[in-house]
Design a protein around this ligand. Structure first.
Ligand SMILES: NC(=O)c1ccc[n+]([C@@H]2O[C@H](COP(=O)([O-])OP(=O)(O)OC[C@H]3O[C@@H](n4cnc5c(N)ncnc54)[C@H](OP(=O)(O)O)[C@@H]3O)[C@@H](O)[C@H]2O)c1
Length: 314
């Protein structure tokens, strides 16, 4: 048996650590001894309404305990980061070798574990605006896990990055991450003064999405991948189609993207940037995984900017 995070009614956040069966890897899967996991808003929300006993978790980092039997992927003893569509939060997991990447020596397991969902989402969202080098990019929810990676990656592509945050108190954090243009605005409307934008990376929804769509320039793309505000959006459709801008709204889901490209490819790219210190994680909470329910609640209450990382100790 191993221990894993499972949905358990009656516990805070529906999250508990329980004994489960040890992983049974298929021939193309490595068994990873997990050392760190990171939390994402989406999986904490999903966990809250999951069926009893369902295994939870997407992001993991650790060491390969057993390499894939078919000879693919990382070797035994290598430090790795990986992503699973569920059940990653456990002492040991079986992971397809194409969903793992080997850590450079400069990158810790804690840092690496922040990358799979948040880093890959930022990377793929930015790629939807490829060909937009050195153009205006608006990142909403910029103080969040995905937002901070998106700001850094867009700047590395040569974009002029405008970070939209809702709380002025996060301005210093954004500057620490190299962002020069910061707009603090609950509904996002104030970002119009630095527009129009060729690319908007949008994860807040509600009024922010409605306003951001109006700020797109010719051939502009608004990549929508989240709705942190939980609010519905109304878009001025007539203005959107009749402006002659040929702007687009593009929906993105990281697991949909992973059906098209193996996670190892994007993770390798992000790890290289991290090793060279071009990309940094903002880990504002590190705690033992026994604290998962409390940390999950803090994340949902937005008491945690950037990422929360939990350590699995045996
Ligand atoms: N489609 C996908 O595949 C995918 C992948 C990753 C994430 N997501 C989604 O993308 C969103 C962001 O993810 P994340 O991990 O970056 O979340 P996060 O770390 O919790 O960050 C949320 C961000 O949104 C801001 N925010 C929250 N409520 C807001 C409101 N009412 N008005 C304005 N801003 C608000 C937060 O500002 P404060 O810091 O001021 O609270 C923060 O900047 C979530 O909805 C998540 O589920 C989707």
């Amino acid at each position: 048996m191993i221990r894993a995070v499972v949905a358990k009614p009656g516990t805070p956040g529906n999250l508990a650590i329980e004994n489960v069966a040890a992983p049974q890897p298929g021939p193309h899967m490595a068994v990873v001894r997990v050392e760190t996991i990171s939390l994402n808003q989406g999986e904490v929300k999903l966990a809250a309404r999951a069926e009893p006993g369902k295994r939870i978790g997407w992001d993991l980092a650790g060491t390969v305990a057993r390499a894939a039997a078919d000879g693919t992927g990382p070797r035994e003893g290598e430090r790795v980061v990986g992503i699973l569509p569920g059940g990653a939060w456990a002492e040991e997991v079986a992971v397809p070798s194409h969903a793992l990447a080997v850590l450079p020596k400069e990158v810790s397991a804690a840092e690496a574990s922040t990358l799979p969902v948040a880093g890959l989402t930022a990377l793929y969202a930015l790629e939807k605006g490829s060909g937009l080098l050195a153009r205006n990019v608006l990142v909403t929810g910029a103080s969040g896990g995905v937002g901070l990676f998106a700001c850094q990656l867009a700047a590395l592509c040569g974009a002029r990055v405008v970070a939209l945050i809702r709380q002025e108190r996060h301005e210093a954090l954004m500057r620490e991450f190299g962002v020069r243009h910061i707009i603090a605005s609950e509904d996002g409307s104030a970002a119009a003064k630095l527009g129009p934008y060729r690319l908007v990376l949008e994860s807040v929804g509600g009024a922010v999405l409605g306003n951001a769509v109006d700020m797109l320039g010719p051939d502009g793309v608004c990549v929508v991948f989240g709705s942190s505000s939980g609010q519905d959006t109304s878009v001025n459709a007539r203005q959107f189609y009749s402006s002659g801008r040929s702007a687009r709204i593009h929906g993105l889901n990281v697991f949909g993207e992973l059906a098209r490209e193996h996670a190892s490819i994007g993770l390798d790219r992000l790890l290289r940037l991290m090793a060279e210190r071009h990309l940094r994680a903002h880990i504002s909470v590190e705690a033992p995984w026994e604290d998962i329910a409390r940390v999950g609640q803090d994340l949902m209450a937005r008491r945690i900017p950037g990422k929360a990382v939990l350590h699995i100790r045996r």
